[in-house]
Design a protein around this ligand. Sequence first.
Ligand SMILES: *Cc1c(COP(=O)(O)O)cnc(C)c1O
Length: 361
Amino acid sequence: MGEIRPQPGILDIELYQGGKASVEGVSNVVKLSSNENPFGPSPAAQEAVRRVLHEMHRYPSTDHAALRAAIAEVHGLAFSRIVCGVGSDEIIHFLCQAYAGPGDEVVHTEHGFGMYKISARAAGATPVEVREKERVTDVDALLAACTERTKLVFIANPNNPTGTMIGLAEIERLAEGLPPQAILVLDGAYAEFVEGYDGGARLVDGRDNVVMTRTFSKLYGLGGMRVGWGYGPQEIIDVLNRIRGPFNLSIPALAAAEASIRDIDFVERCRSENTRLRTWLAEALMEHGVPSDTSCANFILARFADRDEAEACDLFLQREGLIVRRVAGYNLPAALRITVGDEASCRRVAHVIGRFKAGER
Ligand SMILES: *Cc1c(COP(=O)(O)O)cnc(C)c1O
């Protein structure tokens, strides 16, 4: 085995830690650790999957034309500049594979999404972490970190796990200031939760150095189906399509995503419930002495006194059947990320944190 080695960078990858789904010895748990939609997938998506069950012996579409047409129609985008992937994770991966390699740098923010680092290293490139300003993306710091080796700059807006976002003028300033060989990737996994925000689509239309990624995993409640997409300049989309597996998305995944994006009422209802319950939860936690930044996504980053208190609270919540997310791996050891669940879950989590802060252990 001595001579068999993976490509440089691959052994530097730390395995991705997903949100826990169970607690030993506790039944009836509520999972608030993966930013899933508490209302599940749209009934239209479920019906669409039932309708294609008899087609499972067929290979799926290679060009995803029906889904891309639906995305183009609903969001008012150019059909030919949309590419679909196995989650937006796959689009992130394609971008790194296609545009970054050994000696190149991939810039991301201090508390940025874990996949940027993983995909950068998988491509042999070097991830560069840039500090934020009080848990908010700092455009000046990002621009200062760029060099002639920078190939990709990733920002999630709103960001996970901080929940904060920056405005389009700031994003445009970032795109404008990048070195000529660098692409700005706007990860819009939570864009749907922000009323009136297009995820940066218009910015993509007006420039040649910006790509937007989106997902069906969060607001649309299809995390288990694995569908995401990217929107960018034609030349970049054509490059990504060269490395995309021809059958990367399954028939049920395509059917579910297409039905979901057309189910406008469901999307509206999920967005407004999330906004209402997020505000309620943040205020309830604040009353218990647990502050958070104003979140623009479907989770709250609850801040505790220190790492010990955050971990003790996490264990207390687990014993009560509530699973939230530790974010020490995102350089936030004193915080817990709590997905906005349905009303009952929000009340439960606020109540249990209240008991914890009142001294119960
Ligand atoms: C969840 C998430 C994604 C992607 O999820 P997929 O399921 O792969 O589409 C991308 N970026 C951020 C910031 C996320 O939180």
